[in-house]
Design a protein around this ligand. Structure first.
Ligand code: HEC
Length: 207
């Protein structure tokens, strides 16, 4: 009995020590980044500040209490600005270029434009398979090939995809997908072009 008790106390003490140490590492990591990063061009020190969602997700290892996650997700949902004209489908050809392009947001770039004067890219292929002809893509996200064919082309699906690209965390709080509209990385028109890439029946994605 004594041995079991000692083991339980030992394990509890270890858990507390481990948590304290993990907290300490977190504080150390944050202060190290703040010490070693320097603001330059559009890349300001504010990029190191976590917002509430990022902080909650980081502290809970992407597993926040359900009620809290639902409340924060609702806030993110309310943050989405849907197009005023109610139209979600742009030009899939332009969408394919945006999906492939990964440039933008570095210190050399300007707000919304790269140093070469092009609009920011979405780097969607870094994480997703999308078109049938691009053989190099990442797999952090699910495959989006045949997205419209599989999920449907209706207005609700168009609105969902627009919202997901605008703010992925509105649908999955600790999503690894960047919030392209929320962060002003992509414009309304660019997001519409990406919706068309996934949901226009004529897009190669759906052939
Ligand atoms: C850093 C990786 C990453 C990047 C970059 C990224 N995504 Fe995602 N995306 C994910 C992950 C992970 C998921 C699945 C988890 C989730 O729902 O958040 C996802 C989910 C999605 C979904 C929902 C899929 C479904 O089955 O409902 C869509 C649509 C989507 N991404 C489109 C895009 C588009 C368009 C871009 C480029 C503008 C993009 N993603 C860029 C990681 C990424």
């Amino acid at each position: 009995m004594k041995i079991i008790q000692a083991t339980i106390f030992g394990a509890a003490a270890l858990a507390i020590a481990y948590t304290a140490q993990a907290q300490d590492y977190r504080a150390q990591a944050i202060s190290m980044m703040k010490r070693d990063f320097h603001a330059k061009g559009i890349a300001g020190m504010d990029r190191l500040d976590e917002d509430t969602v990022q902080k909650i997700c980081n502290l809970s290892h992407n597993n926040p209490p359900k009620g809290l996650a639902e409340r924060l997700q609702q806030d993110q949902l309310e943050d989405i600005k849907y197009p005023a004209d109610g139209k979600f489908l742009g030009d899939w050809k332009s969408g394919e270029k945006i999906a492939q392009r990964g440039r933008g947001m570095t210190w050399k770039d300007k707000d919304g434009k790269t140093s070469r004067g092009e609009p920011n890219g979405g780097s969607c292929y870094n994480c997703h398979q999308i078109g049938p002809d691009t053989t190099s893509f990442g797999s952090i996200g699910n495959s989006l090939l045949h997205f419209g064919k599989i999920r449907g082309y209706g207005a609700d699906m168009q609105k969902y995809v627009y919202g997901k690209i605008y703010n992925a965390k509105a649908f999955n709080l600790c999503s690894a997908m960047p919030r392209f509209g929320h962060s002003d990385t992509l414009s309304e028109e660019q997001i519409k072009d990406l919706v068309a890439l996934l949901l226009d029946p004529n897009s190669p994605v759906n052939k």
